[in-house]
Design a protein around this ligand. Structure first.
Ligand code: 16G
Ligand code: MG
Length: 538
């Protein structure tokens, strides 16, 4: 009998001498060397679905904020979360098999090891961002899916969070946990309705400019706007950098990563002083806000700010609903969170803060242990998740006054407005707008809640970044030996100093972060620590 698995792999041979790794955000590299990886991800998705009794598994073709010539792929678990770590390892091994026969052999080995019935149904959903290479790579994926005899749905272009949403909807259809209707229209209707209910009688002030990074988020937002209340009654949005016809402009001089890294607005932005602006990344799972003040000074409102804003609002709602005794809110950050943000959450909001390693899956995992887990990376990835018990408590709660009822209604609407499958720039954007409208705040009031400590992020190129091993949520280096002590000594020389170095999971470099009481001290500390890393990495 012909071996359909080997046949699929043969159609897209692996380039010689390349090593692939399923990293923090899946496989991600130059699009031209990804064909074989895509086909094999199709095969892995088939195995994963069969291992989970035919549940829908997601395959997203995207390279997020990377340059236009890159691409990537990530797999999505049935409830919309990221692929289990064990399967990341399996994916990595599969991606690095040399020959079609090796691929087929490994496919059958995994099936045997996990007692997977290869004749049982497998279901997979696929979507992609707007990169030029997407169509070709999609064909590579579907060749894998056909080889493994998978029932699949191709949603065409979607944002990453929309794909996560589809996966969760398909797997919960017709159950009490039903997450929504698994169509784009279903997505827009769900979030638009929740936005309207969460706003209640409040109206967002002024105008919001949204930078779509010339990626898939732009056209999807334009679609979403059609479902939102008209701008006279709701949110007045203009979308910029939404040119997906020119894929070479993706993430170029625009998008969340550009704004966060350069600490300035995209050059194309025409927003005036005090106007709220936000930028999505190339696959719209990340968002940062910003504005210019009356003196033309640029101010960034990043993931830390979204987390503090949302945590404080949810805290108020829980208290006003009479639920303060039964529901505890916690905030999850990474070491990149500004020290002032951490301090504000602990001292002012009086909420617990957890710190995890970098990467959405680590934060998500930590947030799952909380009643209400608000998790955001400073770079703008994040969302809020509510435990099953908490959802039940909220649902069963009998308000004792009209004020309690009003707060409870807004809280319930916020739960629907938040994409709990994964951090979603569009959903996060609407949530921020709801909070600002309820607080009657503009960006200046939002910024005034606390002052960020000046900070600096540097990238150090070393011979082999893998020699840098960390502990304590990446805040301390255990290897190379002795260098943490040198870093500590530098940190002690500046006021309110904090610094750490960690190997990047997405680039061949070590990242150094430093913060201190003044700009000069932060810059100086970052430089010193970068020097320590450089000499240790020679
Ligand atoms: C990936 C991660 C992001 C993390 C970043 C760190 C996901 C979806 N994305 O983009 O969470 O902040 O990597 O990059 O998990 P780095 O390791 O190069 O600093
Ligand atoms: Mg992204």
């Amino acid at each position: 009998m012909a071996d359909a698995i080997a046949e699929a792999a043969r159609r897209h041979p692996a380039p010689e001498g390349l090593v692939y790794t399923y990293g923090t955000a899946g496989f991600r590299t130059k699009a031209e060397v990804l064909d074989s990886v895509m086909t094999r991800c199709g095969l892995i998705a088939a195995l994963r679905s069969r291992a989970l009794k035919g549940k829908w598994i997601g395959v997203m073709i995207t390279a997020s904020h990377n340059p236009p010539q890159d691409n990537g792929v990530k797999l999505v678990e049935p409830l919309g979360n990221m692929l289990q770590e064990e399967w990341e390892v399996i994916s990595t091994v599969m991606a690095n098999k040399a020959t079609p026969e090796d691929v087929s052999k490994y496919y059958h080995e995994i099936a045997a090891q996990y007692k997977i019935d290869l004749s049982s149904p497998a279901r997979v959903v696929v979507a992609r961002d707007t990169r030029a290479s997407g169509a070709r790579l999609l064909n590579c994926v579907t060749d894998g899916l056909k080889g493994a005899d998978v029932e699949y749905k191709d949603y065409g272009f979607l944002t990453t969070p929309q794909l996560h949403y589809m996966v969760r909807c398909l797997n919960t259809e017709g159950t009490p946990e039903s997450y929504g209707i698994a169509t784009e229209k279903g997505y827009y209707e769900k979030f638009a309705q929740a936005f309207k209910t969460a706003l209640g009688s409040k109206r967002p002030q002024g105008h919001l400019t949204v930078d779509g990074a010339n990626g898939v988020g732009g056209p999807k937002l334009t679609e979403l706007i059609k479902y939102l209340p008209p701008k006279e009654e709701g949110l007045d949005i203009s979308v910029i950098n939404d040119n997906v016809i020119k894929p070479e402009s993706l993430n170029v001089d625009c998008g969340a990563d550009f704004v966060k890294t350069n600490q300035r607005a995209p050059p194309s932005s025409k927003a005036g002083p005090g106007d709220r602006c936000c930028s999505l990344d190339g696959d719209a799972d990340r968002i940062v806000f910003y504005f210019r003040d009356a003196n033309n000074m640029f101010h960034l409102l990043d993931g830390d700010r979204i987390a503090t804003l949302v945590a404080s609002f949810l805290g108020d709602l829980v208290r006003q609903s009479g639920l303060a005794e039964s529901i505890k809110i916690g905030v999850v950050q990474t070491a990149y969170a500004n020290g002032a943000a951490t301090n504000y959450v602990e001292k002012n909001l009086k909420l617990k803060v957890d710190c995890t390693a970098t990467g959405v899956k680590y934060l998500h995992h930590a947030a799952e242990k909380l009643d209400v887990g608000v998790y955001f990376e400073a770079n703008g990835h994040g969302t809020v998740i509510f435990s099953a018990d908490t959802l039940e408590t909220i649902e069963k709660h009998e308000p004792r006054s009209p004020a309690q009822k009003e707060a409870l209604d807004v809280l319930s609407a916020c739960i629907n407005l938040i994409n709990q499958a994964v951090g979603d720039a569009l959903s996060d954007m609407l949530l921020v707008e709801v909070v600002l409208a309820h607080k009657n705040w503009g960006p200046q009031e939002w910024l005034s809640t606390y002052d960020d400590l000046p900070n600096r992020l540097l990238k150090v190129i070393v011979a082999d970044r893998r020699i840098f091993e960390t502990t304590d949520a990446e805040r301390r280096l255990v290897k190379p030996e002795g260098i943490q002590k040198e870093i500590d000594q530098e940190v002690q020389k500046v006021r309110q100093g904090r610094s750490f170095a960690r190997a990047s999971g997405t680039e061949d470099a070590v990242r150094v972060y430093a913060e201190a009481a003044t700009r000069a001290e932060a810059d100086d500390l970052a430089r010193k620590v970068a020097d320590i890393v450089k000499s240790a990495g020679k």
